[in-house]
Design a protein around this ligand. Structure first.
Ligand code: F6P
Length: 323
């Protein structure tokens, strides 16, 4: 393999740049040409592709976002879109791809291989950490630390005013961000899509805390929780506990930005190298990840279809530690 294309796709995450840097420098180190594809599959379709050198990735390891930009491409979901993407890759002589993204990105790469035979190696780039085949995804550690920093600040004001704060963190389908935020942020309750916590349980936990002379509370809600978003949950709880002074904070996209932590830079660098190595070893349609500190490659099919369950012991910890 002489020429590799690299792109980022889906929601960005801190550390994507570190991963791009590692892949580009590994390719250069091994004498392989590497081409950056801007804005994910959309850029592939448009031929927004440029040759990258070692200096193309100077001074980016510490930066959030992605220098290659990102997008969620509707056009790539069509056969015509994928045909055009293939034509563009042919034009540039690109024989293999490095895709930094989540399960949607890898599903697209799988279909692309079936139709056009272009192999892809993926790096898990999402703050959600909900990908099977790796203990951690690139950006997760940073996102959790960003959220925790905000939660600590909210706790100060919650305490000063004897308030209950309902704090919504990201995680469309997953509580991976919510759990360490709840444990590390000293929350009384955590609500996540993987398990059911009824409004009644929330009300009872708060009521019981109140009766034990607690005067301020933190409830962490993953955005994808079944009971609704933080605003809805807060309104329903407030109705049952009118004496409590409730406030809502939605942390939102602040969790997706900022300088990656040391852990994310390490993971991203390791996986960026693994993507190039994987392609050169002849691997295809697998995601590089780290499980129990060991580098692994997991098929895109497993990554897309298998769940990465939350450890129930962590939920129990929230209960025990908020007694
Ligand atoms: O997948 C990462 C993520 O940040 C989710 O946690 C969140 O639901 C979603 O992306 C938000 O996407 P968008 O940037 O399109 O609003």
């Amino acid at each position: 393999m002489k020429r590799i294309g690299i792109f980022t796709s889906g929601g960005d995450s801190p550390g994507m740049n570190a991963c791009i840097r590692a892949a580009v420098r590994t390719a250069v180190y091994k004498g392989i040409e590497i081409y950056g594809i801007r804005r994910g599959y959309n850029g592939m379709i448009k031929g927004d592709i440029y040759k990258m050198e070692s200096h193309s990735v100077s001074n980016i390891i510490q930066k959030g976002g992605t220098i290659l930009r990102s997008a969620r491409s509707k056009d790539f979901m069509t056969k015509e879109g994928r045909q055009e993407a293939y034509n563009q890759l042919q034009k540039f002589g690109i024989e293999g791809l490095v895709a930094i993204g989540g399960d949607g990105t890898f599903a697209g790469a799988n279909t692309f291989y079936e139709e056009f035979g272009i192999p892809t190696i993926g790096a898990p780039g999402t703050i959600d950490n909900d990908l099977f085949g790796t203990d951690y995804t690139i950006g997760y550690d940073t996102a959790v630390n960003t959220a925790l920093d905000a939660i600590d600040k909210i706790r100060d004001t919650a305490d000063s005013h004897d308030r209950v704060f309902f704090i919504e963190v990201m995680g469309r389908d997953s509580g991976y961000i919510a759990i360490p935020c709840a444990i590390g942020g000293g929350a009384e309750i955590v609500m996540i899509p993987e398990t059911k916590t009824s409004i009644n349980e929330v009300v009872e936990t708060l009521r019981s805390g109140w009766s034990r002379s607690k005067t301020s509370f933190i409830v962490i809600i993953a955005e994808g929780d079944d009971e609704g978003n933080a605003t809805e949950v807060a309104a329903r709880v407030q109705k049952e506990l009118p004496h409590m002074d409730a406030r809502v904070t939605i942390l939102g996209h602040v969790q997706r930005g900022g300088a990656p932590t040391a852990a994310d830079r390490m993971l991203a660098s390791q996986l960026g190298i693994a993507c190039i190595d994987g392609l050169l070893e002849g691997r295809k349609n697998v995601m590089a990840g780290v499980i129990n500190s060991r580098l692994t490659y997991t098929s895109f099919t497993d990554t897309i279809t298998k769940d990465k369950p939350i450890n129930p012991a962590f939920l129990k910890m929230v209960d025990i530690l908020s007694v």
